[in-house]
Design a protein around this ligand. Structure first.
Ligand SMILES: C[S@@+](CC[C@H](N)C(=O)[O-])C[C@H]1O[C@@H](n2cnc3c(N)ncnc32)[C@H](O)[C@@H]1O
Length: 225
């Protein structure tokens, strides 16, 4: 599912982002391209659920949680991240946004989610699944904590984004930013579109649909009723 070069990259690529990478990521995640992307993804998520409980795995600095809460305050929003340093950043961001009391951010790994079976109406993740050492185990955990009939929406960049999507994104975000994004795709073990689609097959979800939301490819999974 990954090219040999990206497989090798994945061996050395850390699962949770360590400090001081967290300081850098927290800073860049405040820029307009990231914030507009979170807004786009949050609005997309709300087309699947506007209330109930939602878990964001690999929440990073937690901005998606903030957007979701602001767009739909009735949602119960929870974030999880494997990096202790990133969890500290996200908690600080929640406190600055006045959301510490309503948004919980926990340390934990996708491969062993610290939640009971059937806990969440929706599970999401953005830009994280390419970090997971074992996405099959992770997606089976997503399946376990998801309520029957619930959706899992896994968003990530892919290594072979179609030119038409990049052209549209360049119109929205500016050409330079999209060239930087394209270059970034060479230093991360991103899946190809096909590899991303195939992630569902060995899992309890068995199959998924895919589509682009801005520059993010989204794998849409549903737990049977
Ligand atoms: C590129 S950042 C994306 C953060 C955020 N979702 C965003 O869109 O800005 C990937 C995040 O996933 C976290 N992560 C990586 N592997 C993980 C795993 N197996 N379980 C939980 N979190 C993980 C990393 O620590 C990091 O914070």
């Amino acid at each position: 599912m990954l090219s040999p070069a990206r497989k090798l990259l994945k061996v050395f690529h850390p699962e949770g982002i360590p400090w001081p990478g967290t300081v850098f990521y927290n800073a860049v995640s405040k820029t307009s391209i990231f914030q507009r992307n979170y807004e786009l993804v949050a609005r997309d998520i709300l087309t699947y659920c506007s209330e109930g409980s939602i878990l964001d795995i690999g929440t990073g600095p937690g901005w998606l949680l903030v957007k979701l809460h602001h767009l739909s305050p009735r949602l119960r929003v929870t974030g999880l991240d494997a990096s202790r340093s990133m969890v500290a950043k996200a908690r600080k961001n929640m406190a600055n946004a006045g959301l510490s009391e309503v948004v919980e951010v926990k340390e934990g790994n996708a491969g062993n989610l610290p939640y009971a079976n059937d806990s969440f109406d929706t599970v999401v993740s953005t830009g994280s699944i390419h970090h997971w050492k074992n996405p099959t185990v992770g997606l089976n955990e997503v399946h376990r904590v998801l309520k029957h009939g619930g959706y899992a929406l896994m968003y990530d960049l892919v290594s072979d984004t179609p030119e038409s999507v990049l052209r549209e994104a360049a119109r929205e975000f500016g050409k330079l930013k999209i060239v930087l994004l394209w270059l970034h795709a060479f230093e991360e073990p991103f899946y190809s579109c096909k590899g991303f689609e195939l992630l569902a097959r060995p899992t309890l979800f068995k199959e998924g649909r895919t589509r682009f939301v801005g520059v993010m490819y989204c794998l849409i999974l549903k737990k049977a009723r």
